[in-house]
Design a protein around this ligand. Structure first.
Ligand code: C2E
Ligand code: MG
Ligand code: MG
Ligand code: MG
Length: 274
């Protein structure tokens, strides 16, 4: 345990850095073991059409079942997965698993889509198109049933190789959504340069809906922009009936959030489809 003497101001810092490095190695080991021992799983959060209330889509959300620490969310391991490049095999597993599940659901609901979060590395390593095509083929499902979610961070400074990769993905039929829209390095040029089909309004704006702040104006502007560009729009993080009503009043077509359904097992989501 380091003491924070003023004579050695770096002592604590060094110890902390060491602890962080050891922890990162431990997480990396957990990720490798997770892949080898099938400890990853996907939860699915329903996305509802706001006119009908129907579940029209589901977002796949990654979890790691840790033998000691229980169920871990991406906040606990995504950074390490990206830095270690383990996100490449993990991301491939996510796409395979989501496509497999989609194929089962589509027997009952041929119009259902599943949204999959994709990390910048999967795009920048130019493996995304191959991964998604492979996943759809292996599951014998139409790639159009899969939508990929990327953040604005992926597009920041992206070159023509990334553009070509994303055009490959949409050329295969997949939708492409911008996740957490409005919180990143939002550039409206992204919406025209890249083959985007949907924007997801970040829950930071949804949280202030109905109040007198500017969040309502921002949400309205994003919905207007999506509408004029012919893009789909989904509001994220709807937690109250007031927020839901405010979104309906703004003409938001789709939404997800704890108020509309928590992330749940594939089995539970399947039950919602009937
Ligand atoms: P995201 O894509 O923006 O996903 C939404 C996050 O908000 C999820 O957290 C979800 O559980 C949470 N959420 C949903 N509704 C509500 C709500 O009403 N209120 C609040 N406070 N939160 C809500 P989760 O599952 O912990 O995932 C966090 C992030 O990790 C995701 O944010 C996504 O960026 C990333 N992620 C998740 N799964 C994957 C994956 O398979 N691959 C990659 N690369 N990233 C993933
Ligand atoms: Mg997402
Ligand atoms: Mg999001
Ligand atoms: Mg988010």
């Amino acid at each position: 345990h380091a003491k924070h003497h003023s004579s050695e101001p770096w002592a604590l810092y060094d110890d902390e850095l060491h602890a962080i490095a050891v922890n990162r190695l431990a997480i990396e080991e957990d990720l490798r073991a997770g892949l080898a021992r099938a400890r990853f799983r996907l939860l699915y959060q329903p996305i509802r059409d706001l006119d009908s209330g129907r579940v029209v889509s589901a977002e796949a959300l990654l979890r790691l079942e840790h033998p000691q620490h229980g169920t871990l969310t991406p906040a606990a391991f995504l950074d390490v997965a990206e830095d270690s490049r383990l996100i490449l095999p993990i991301g491939a597993w996510v796409l395979d698993e989501a496509a497999r599940q989609l194929a089962l659901w589509r027997r009952r609901r041929p119009d259902l889509t599943v949204s999959v979060n994709v990390s910048p590395r999967q795009v920048h390593h130019l493996v995304l198109r191959d991964q998604v095509v492979h996943a759809a083929q292996a599951a014998d499902v139409d790639p159009a049933g899969l939508q990929l979610e990327i953040t604005e961070r992926v597009l920041l400074g992206a070159g023509d190789d990334v553009l070509a990769e994303l055009l490959g993905v949409t050329g295969a039929g997949c939708g492409l959504a911008i996740d957490d829209f409005g919180t990143g390095y939002s550039s409206l040029a992204y919406l025209t340069r890249f083959p985007v089909s949907e924007v997801k309004i970040d829950r930071a704006f949804v949280a202030g809906l109905g109040g007198r702040g500017r969040d309502t104006a921002v949400a309205e502007a994003i919905l207007g922009l999506a509408g004029s560009l012919g893009l789909g729009a989904v509001a994220e993080g709807v937690e109250t009936s007031e927020q839901l009503e405010a979104l309906r009043a703004l003409g938001c077509p789709r939404a997800q959030g704890f108020h509309l359904g928590r992330p749940m097992s594939a089995e539970d989501l399947g039950a919602l489809l009937d």
